[in-house]
Design a protein around this ligand. Structure first.
Ligand SMILES: [Zn+2]
Ligand SMILES: [Zn+2]
Ligand SMILES: [Zn+2]
Length: 868
């Protein structure tokens, strides 16, 4: 074998071998247990960034590990290829979005292949392919037939400059994410998926996803936002109008001293007509329409409103209370009307103080008088009812139920549940997306495209509009179509679908990506789905992950799949971070634009000292980025993979360090040197695999270390994918091999048994590192005489229990004094080792959550108590 480790020769060689032998192509096989490993597929921006590398490397190690464990592994890759950036880039570069996208896909595919990721490339798909979105259109029509999708006029985020609707997540601080102009509210017709029909089921099943991070489930629960309470009718004085209010606190109704309507509430303009307040109200409503709703929701936002000049009746007291409209009331919450109880709600309290409205206490805590309650701020706790007519003296929790019964008996209201989640608006007025497969006919109304006419192909011969309006509506050949029902001239729908629709079912499509008779082959989906392990960024917690859960329920209700939850386990990896560098003259600098002079850093353009900022997420705008292609060219893919896995556990942020990368490269070289020194001897012997008592005393420690390492690495991967500690364990094993060398064990003088134990240790190190540095290990594996390319499918090593150090102890772990976990550890493990192991425990971490650890108490041989 070569004396020198040369990744640039080794890596492409093994990549070709894997491709030629179809090493990672998966076939359904009912006799084998499957494992479906998936990373969120990328948007084809054109370049792989380091965040991708980390994400896909984590996934790849799991896929390779599971394959070695004997699973039939499915690990596919594809492209989330529709969306606005392609359209905008195409306009800017005077090209076509399709061309831009396909070129980017080709470039990124090449970069991913260079990383040695074990994908089944035969399953590659791109969502902009008509063969893909044909089935999305087919499903859309099925959903329409079942009433799961509808068209309505509603208020949406609208960017005038880009002339399109924006999703809530595309509005940043009230401004368009693309052009930075303020986003307005606009009334527009659009298509909606009835995700709210599944709100309860989606919520309930959050409790049945133990393999998901708690924080993601919490975000989903909050987004769904179920609240229970009552809907109450407040008649408007002097009219026949009624304001319907949803409240979670019906027990405070006697303290409701004013009413607030959202500025978008249809009654706002009606009620203020001819009251003298009309002009003020109109001006306020117009101003609110220009403000972003996200901004209006901010806790810190100054509360402001105007009186409508109208009054309504508190149905239990009969009192006339003023009706306001205010910035904090949102149409999409409850009914868009708020029964305001200033004594028992802080926001209402501040508003009442500002506008001089009555504050009436109706719940009194035990330790305060009525006068003291709500004297300086709202009182939101429990207590005894006061100022509440027949309910006085009752505990408010009891009154809560009695009041609902009273409303229902007297026709004033009813028990009610409200959700924060709204139906999913999927219409986009942009070009680069899947066309909504519907036709507008003057006679028949809305008619779905016939199945036999699918797909409705997005025409490519369009003139993209500067500024981004959809060219489809003026594309005569696309728009003009015969009505499928009556044959008369009709117009095709020109909205395209939100790209989140494509990403809501791609994981099912991967099971049979070339199926041209259905969305997917049901048998294939039944075998492979659900995804056993999904990996991606936490920024998708609410949108993509919730939509995918919803879509899977739709497919289940259509009888297409027999499960509800698409992802059994979810890992949200941390970010890749690096410090920023800022020159007073040139602003943020790329790493290569700054040089070091002793301790200080200077700008290479102007020589001025550079301010080194805090470590934060890599981003183009801050220029604190690293190009993975350059790293691969310098160190090879294996070193980059090794660093990404070694620098931090997957769920934590990773701080970029050049020294860390070099350290990884040195570690590989260290193994290489040892292997090449021993290779002649290794080839003459076989690994020792017997019980340790067959060994000489001086060889036993290395043999035991070998088996301890197998156990440690396996446990670390199985428990929490802690590849960083797994890699450290292999580093220790390599150190032990070097130490054995210093104890007069050298390749030249070693006897057969020594060579056999050394070979066993080396083979083990290679197998354990195979998922992490697959090219490097494959090369050494072949050098040791094994079939070239066979390591990828080698069985994961098993440890001999008689070769583990016999003396271990069972340690229990407590969090705040309660038993939360146990583990076995060497009897001689010190306090630090106990502490580390305890904090690594998955269940323990669940109970610590994000709370800081105050103290860790360890009792040798017995227990660890963590105080948070
Ligand atoms: Zn814009
Ligand atoms: Zn018709
Ligand atoms: Zn400068």
């Amino acid at each position: 074998m070569d004396q020198r480790y040369d990744p640039q020769t080794i890596e492409p060689k093994w990549q070709q071998v894997w491709e030629k032998t179809r090493a990672f192509c998966a076939d359904a096989d009912a006799s084998r247990e499957k494992y479906y490993l998936l990373e969120m597929f990328p948007y084809p921006s054109g370049r792989i960034h380091i965040g991708h590398v980390r994400n896909y490397t984590i996934g790849d190690v799991v896929a390779r590990y599971k394959r070695m464990c004997g699973y039939n592994v499915l690990h596919p890759m594809g492209w989330d290829a529709f969306g606005m950036p392609a359209e905008n880039a195409a306009i800017a570069n005077k090209t076509h979005p399709a061309q831009w996208t396909w070129e980017n896909i080709a470039a990124m595919r090449k970069q991913l292949k260079r990383l040695g990721l074990s994908y089944d490339w035969e399953r590659e798909l791109a969502t902009c392919d008509p063969k893909y979105y044909k089935w999305e259109q087919w499903l859309f029509i099925r959903m329409y037939e079942k009433g799961m999708v509808y068209r309505k006029e509603s208020l949406v985020n609208w960017c005038e400059t880009c002339s399109t609707v924006l999703a809530n997540e595309q509005v940043e601080n009230g401004e368009c994410w693309r052009c930075g102009r303020p986003v307005k509210q606009k009334k527009l017709w659009g298509w909606f998926f009835k995700i709210t029909d599944y709100a309860d089921d989606l919520l309930e099943h959050c409790e049945k996803l133990p393999g998901w991070p708690e924080k993601v489930l919490t975000m989903q629960k909050n987004w769904i936002g179920k609240s229970t309470g009552a809907q109450i009718r407040f008649p408007v004085s002097g009219t026949h109008e009624v304001i319907h209010v949803f409240t979670t606190r019906p027990d405070t109704i006697y303290g409701a001293t004013y009413m607030v309507l959202a500025p978008e509430h249809p009654l706002v303009r009606t009620l203020s007509r001819d009251t003298g307040q009309q002009e003020t109200v109109d001006a306020f409503v117009d101003r609110m329409a220009a403000e972003s709703r996200t901004d209006r929701m901010l806790e810190t936002k100054e509360k402001e409103g105007v009186f409508l000049g109208a009054w309504c009746t508190n149905p239990v007291t009969g009192t006339q209370i003023p009706v306001y409209t205010a910035n904090f009331a949102l149409m999409e919450y409850g009914t868009g009307a708020v029964m305001s109880v200033p004594a028992h709600d802080q926001r209402d309290y501040e508003f009442a103080k500002k506008y001089g409205i009555d504050i009436i206490v109706v719940i009194k805590p035990e330790d305060l008088s009525v006068e003291e309650t709500a004297a300086t701020q709202a009182y939101t706790g429990d207590g005894v009812m006061v100022n509440s007519g027949p309910f006085d003296g009752m505990h408010n929790r009891k009154a809560y139920e009695d009041l609902i019964a009273y409303f229902e008996k007297n026709g004033l209201g009813k028990r009610s549940i409200s959700y924060r989640i709204r139906d999913w608006g999927i219409s986009r007025q942009r070009y680069w997306g899947a066309p909504v497969p519907m036709i507008h006919c003057d006679t028949c109304g809305i008619v779905p495209v016939k199945d036999t006419d699918l797909p409705v192909v997005l025409p490519e011969n369009v003139d993209l509009l500067e500024g981004g309006g959809s060219p489809l509506s003026s594309h005569e050949a696309f728009v003009n179509v015969a009505c499928p029902q009556c044959g008369a001239a009709a117009r095709r729908e020109t909205d395209t679908m939100d790209t989140f629709v494509e990403s809501s079912w791609y994981f099912e499509r991967y099971c049979s990506p070339h199926c041209d008779t259905a969305m997917f082959d049901k048998k294939e989906v039944a075998y492979w789905m659900p995804v056993d392990q999904y990996i991606g960024g936490v920024e998708h917690a609410v949108m993509h992950l919730l939509y995918s859960r919803y879509f899977t329920r739709v497919l289940k209700d259509m009888g297409l799949v027999d499960f509800k939850e698409p992802f059994t386990r979810l890992l949200t990896q941390g970010m890749v971070c690096k410090e920023t560098q800022h020159c007073p003259e040139h602003g943020f600098l790329y790493p290569e634009e700054a040089g070091a002079r002793g301790e200080s850093v200077f700008c290479k353009k102007c020589g001025q000292p550079v301010e080194v900022g805090r470590v934060e997420k890599m981003s183009k705008s801050k220029k604190n980025i690293i190009d993975p292609n350059e790293l691969v060219a310098r160190y090879g893919a294996d070193t980059v993979r090794l660093f990404c896995l070694f620098a931090a556990p997957p769920e934590r942020d990773l701080e970029w360090s050049e020294q860390g990368v070099e350290g990884g490269f040195r570690f590989l070289n260290r193994i290489w040197r040892l292997a090449s020194a021993w290779m002649v001897r290794f080839r003459q012997t076989r690994a020792f695999t017997n019980a340790p008592d067959h060994l000489d005393e001086n060889l036993r420690p290395l043999y035991i270390k070998t088996h301890q390492t197998i156990k440690k690495v396996t446990d670390d991967i199985e428990a929490r994918f802690h590849f960083n500690t797994a890699i450290s364990a292999v580093m220790e094993l390599v150190n032990a091999m070097y130490q054995a060398e210093t104890r007069d064990i050298s390749p030249e003088t070693a006897d057969d048994q020594t060579a056999a134990v050394m070979r066993g240790a080396m083979e083990t190190a290679l197998m354990l590192l195979a998922p992490v540095v697959p090219h490097f290990t494959e090369e050494l594996w072949a050098a040791m005489g094994y079939e070239p390319g066979s390591l990828a499918n080698q069985s994961w090593p098993a440890w001999r229990t008689d070769a583990l150090s016999a003396d271990t102890r069972l340690i229990v772990v407590q969090v705040n004094g309660k038993l939360r976990g146990k583990f076995e550890i060497d009897a001689d493990a010190d306090d630090e080792a106990l502490k580390t192991r305890a904090l690594e425990d998955e269940n323990v971490a669940r109970f610590i959550e994000d709370r800081p650890v105050k103290k860790v108490i360890t009792v040798k041989h017995k227990l660890v108590n963590i105080v948070v």
